[in-house]
Design a binder for this molecule. Structure first.
Ligand code: CDP
Length: 778
């Protein structure tokens, strides 16, 4: 623990030996290409696949009618909606799946898809959430009984009356509207699978880009009717997931159905634009935030109202009891007496989604809201944004702390993290420099943005959190071999986070082994224990805990074997974490290592114990963990062009006890890059006809090395009191915490001229407009 162990998995990645889904080639394998609708809202009149079938190499053209025969025409979403696998009657978003061509070669399949002729009756689409609620808006989900408009659900949290009373009596109230734009997780590897039905064994094997292989196996079994023990999901190396690979997509179902019907393996791999335009998007929340405070800056109440665009189906990926994910953590790091939030979910003619893009189910939107609002209040009261935070933080001695919306924070020391960040950022110096530039009417303004965020990660507990009804626990299965090395199997699934190293470090720490003597296996439902997968930074809080508990169970058994080997009573055997050895109490020289114990377990086991040395743990966390941090961003805003340059980017994180600081640093760097993409560049846009205008990498801009500044990272350590090794998750903190810090910085450069908000993505034209409106443009 705490060692910068080099990533074990990197040898295979940097020598080109990674094994991704598209690397898999099977004898007699066919390829699947999806025919997609050019229209966002249209009735299908006719589909003619004859010209495609005439192509040499095309084996089949599948439509909804073919799937209906096998009861596979629709599939459940994770929020209990029903989505067409191939459009049955009416297209509901551009690029929706209409038909599939199966061919012997990928290029032939692609040519075939272009030759499928589809007749459409084009209907008026509605892509904007507000317009979708208007009375004369086209009805998108006509097939649903009782659905008379595009409204999906209303959700509320907190105490409305109490909050209103506080607002009515407050010295000061502020309000701001802000949009968290539609984003796409955009992992480097798109989604895909190789489905292989074996009629000999009646078994379906699907190699797929899955963040949750076991949950996907259960869902596959439920959708297809193939018994679960006859479905095997293998998620090999995965090139990034970020929440995009949690849902089931029609492509998987079509490939599996085709393999079943044709009795040959079928591969389906998305193109980039298919991935951005049709698979789970993230965010798309229109929010109005309000704060009530005393005139000296004590925040007393918070209100928020949200309009959530869910696309054509309610397919958000979040625990079923949380229709707004973990948005109700919007009181953030602050001790606020009263809070009330309301949200309306809406269907539109856009791709379905609402996945947790590198975040814990909408915590990102919540953090953005509260951290932006604190800056709005600071400007209104003309107080320093660092000071107003300090004044309102939940005090470090108030943990465990229950928030006004019912979250139980485990531990935190927010002031310590902020102080560290302020010092690293040379805050006072930049405040002076900012003033100097204003006074000198300089061409470039300085802005300083702060975000002191709190995350909530590590879902379950199982009673609160589930995927399609399956409780969110996780698991570890540890076997020490006769020669003293070990295999750890876990229910979570790495997509690049380094689990093969950090999980081995946990076992090494708990048993006194060498990290290189532990191999970590994941991603194969035939061999791994059942788990709910990796998203929401849950791996360390849940499967990391399961790993530590399984290792401790092995250690307990090891004691009895040690007693046998050392000819002592079991109660006299002590484990020494420092040396990693077991010894007889009071006689440190009578000691034995885990390697010797392993030999004893298989070759000389005590009659009182079963042979072998292994243990399994299914861990249902008692609570979530609450990592936090303070980020300070200093920008230069060019009054002539609206361009924003990062002058300094400081990130202080606290994820409790740290397993591998180097891996944590990598996680922070990657997440900050994604936060910069969010704040400055990324947006899935639509025109009024429902055409996706931000659906490829020419138009959906990702940051590159050129846009990324030098990050200065720091940390504090506040262990989680309930996690077996005191760790909290960390992978998502930077994506969650950085966008408000960046926006706060850009606003701060202009707030002396009355600017209170700038919408993301803050491209130069958007910033220039704010400069212009504030009379600052030159
Ligand atoms: O669920 P996911 O793996 O995406 O997120 P995580 O649990 O935050 O872990 C990301 C990586 O950071 C993993 O390799 C963790 O084991 C590592 N980590 C760590 O070294 N120490 C912590 N306190 C938390 C995470």
């Amino acid at each position: 623990m705490g060692e910068e162990v080099t990533r074990k998995e990197d040898k295979r990645f940097i020598t080109g030996r990674g094994n991704y889904v598209d690397d898999i080639k099977k004898p007699r394998m066919l390829h699947c290409e999806i025919v997609r609708s050019p229209h966002a809202h249209a009735r299908i009149e006719d589909i003619d696949g004859s010209r495609a079938m005439a192509l040499d190499g095309v084996v089949a053209v599948l439509t909804a009618d073919d799937l209906l025969e096998h009861d596979l025409a629709t599939m459940p979403t994770l929020m209990d909606d029903t989505q067409d696998v191939l459009v049955n009657d009416k297209v509901k978003f551009q690029s929706q799946e209409v038909a599939a061509v199966i061919a012997t070669d990928r290029y032939v399949a692609k040519d075939g898809a272009e030759k499928v002729e589809v007749e459409y009756e084009v209907l008026d689409p509605v892509v904007d959430a507000e317009e979708a609620l208007e009375e004369d808006a086209p009805l998108i989900r006509e097939e649903l009984d009782d659905q008379e408009d595009n409204h999906i659900f209303d959700w509320e949290t907190g105490d409305k009356e109490e909050t209103q009373e506080i607002f009515d009596a407050a010295d000061v109230t502020v309000e701001e509207e802000m949009e968290y734009q539609r984003l796409h997780p955009a992992p480097i590897e798109t989604c895909g699978c190789v489905a292989d039905w074996d009629p000999g064994d009646d078994k379906m094997t699907v190699h797929m880009t899955s963040q949750a292989p076991h949950a996907h196996r259960t869902l596959f079994s439920q959708v297809s009717g193939i018994p679960e023990h006859k479905v095997r999901i293998v998620s090999p190396d995965v090139g990034g997931g970020f929440g995009n690979k949690v849902p089931i997509y029609p492509g998987y179902v079509v490939a599996a159905a085709a393999s079943y019907v044709l009795e040959r393996p079928v591969k389906w791999i998305e193109e980039r634009s298919e991935n951005i335009q049709t698979t789970g998007f993230a965010r798309d929340y229109d929010m109005t935030g309000e704060l009530a405070a005393t005139e000296d800056g004590e925040i007393q109440g918070v209100k928020v109202d949200v309009l959530a665009n869910h696309g054509a189906y309610n397919a958000a990926a979040q625990p079923s009891k949380f229709p707004a994910g973990f948005f109700n953590i919007f009181t953030g790091s602050y001790d606020i007496e009263a809070a009330y939030g309301s949200l309306t979910g809406v269907y539109t003619n856009t791709a379905p989604g609402g996945v947790a893009y590198r975040c814990s189910f909408r915590v990102t939107e919540a953090v953005y809201l509260i951290e932006r609002m604190v800056k709005v209040l600071a400007d209104e009261l003309d107080v320093d944004p660092a000071e107003i935070r300090r004044k309102n933080f939940i005090p470090s001695d108030a943990f465990p702390y229950e928030s006004a919306t019912g979250w139980n924070y485990d531990s935190g020391d927010y002031e310590k993290a902020l102080d560290k960040a302020l010092e690293m950022a040379d805050y006072d110096h930049y405040r002076e420099e900012q003033q100097r530039r204003i006074e000198q009417d300089a061409d470039k303004l300085i802005g300083i943005g702060i975000s002191s965020f709190t995350e909530v990660v590590g879902a379950g507990p199982g009673k609160q959190c589930d995927i399609a009804g399956i409780e969110m626990f996780d698991s570890a299965d540890l076997r020490v071999n006769p020669t003293g090395n070990a295999v750890l199997r876990v229910g979570v699934q790495t997509q690049g986070q380094g689990h093969e190293t950090t999980f081995a470090q946990i076992v090494a720490e708990e048993l006194g082994m060498d990290v290189d003597d532990i191999v970590v296996e994941h991603g194969d439902t035939d061999t791994e224990p059942y788990g709910l997968g990796t998203y929401g930074s849950r791996s360390t809080p849940v499967a990391g805990a399961a790993t530590a508990v399984a290792a401790r169970k092995v250690r307990d058994k090891a004691k009895s074997i040690a007693a046998n080997e050392l000819e002592a009573a079991e109660e006299d055997i002590e484990w020494d974490r420092e040396s990693g050895e077991f010894h007889v109490a009071g006689a440190p020289d009578r000691s034995i290592t885990i390697t010797e114990i392993a030999a004893g377990a298989y070759m000389n086991h005590p009659g009182s114990e079963e042979p072998g040395l292994e243990a399994t743990n299914y861990y249902d966390p008692p609570e979530m963990t609450y990592p936090f941090g303070s980020y300070i961003v200093i920008v230069e805003v060019d009054r002539e062009t609206g361009e924003v340059d990062f002058e300094k980017f400081v990130a202080v994180d606290d994820c409790g006890n740290r397993i591998n600081p180097m891996i944590i640093e990598g996680q922070i760097h990657g997440g900050l890059a994604q936060g910069i993409g969010t704040a400055m560049m990324e947006h899935v846009t639509y025109d009024d006809n429902g055409n996706v205008t931000g659906g490829d990498f020419m138009n959906y801009l990702l940051p590159t090395a050129k846009e990324i500044p030098n990050f200065e990272t720091g940390h504090t350590v506040t262990p989680s009191p309930h996690h077996p090794i005191g760790a909290k998750g960390v992978g998502e903190s930077p994506t969650v915490g950085s966008p408000p810090a960046i926006v706060n910085a850009v606003v701060d450069a202009m707030s002396h001229a009355g600017v209170s908000h700038v919408e993301m993505p803050m491209t130069p034209d958007v910033v220039w407009e704010s400069l212009d409106e504030a009379g600052l443009a030159i």
